[in-house]
Design a protein. Structure first.
Length: 154
């Protein structure tokens, strides 16, 4: 017993939808690291944007909020924790997850980063695969909160 399947002529010309992954802003003054990370993110389908100072990063993030931000702590125009706090406090970027990448190794640093509003902390040198996993997780978590913060008062 054979079964024949009929297809419509339009089925062969259906548009292919390619889902582009979201944008990620990298704020780091190490141009080489930013370029390598941007290249890796782009290979994974992300749109990567880089800024080499805190001021430039804040400007880019506020103008076109990314899905996530990867932030260094040592920046030429300020400490990354102050930038993190400004991003968390701004209405345009308060819902954007922040991953801090740092080579600093101070006691209490991770606690201070969490208090400033970061979602994840990775120490340099970092595992690029771990960064991608945490980036995906942070974006998924932030999207699950979108629209769920509506409160009905009785």
């Amino acid at each position: 017993m054979s079964t024949a399947f009929a297809t419509s002529p339009q089925a062969d010309f259906a548009p292919v939808v390619v889902r582009q992954r979201p944008s990620v802003l990298i704020i780091d003054d190490d141009v080489t690291l930013s370029e390598v990370l941007s290249h890796r993110l782009k290979r994974q389908g992300f749109r990567a944007v880089a800024a080499t100072s805190g001021k430039a990063g804040l400007s880019v993030a506020r103008r076109e909020p990314p899905a996530a931000i990867i932030l260094d702590l040592c920046l030429p125009d300020g400490h990354g924790l102050a930038i993190c706090e400004q991003l968390v406090d701004a209405p345009e970027t308060c819902g954007v997850p922040i991953l801090i990448l740092s080579g600093q190794d101070e006691p209490e640093l991770i606690r201070r980063c969490r208090a400033a509003g970061c979602h994840y902390f990775l120490r340099k040198p970092y595992d690029p695969n771990a960064l991608l996993v945490l980036l995906d997780q942070a974006i998924r978590e932030s999207r699950s909160w979108e629209g769920s913060h509506d409160v009905e008062l009785i």
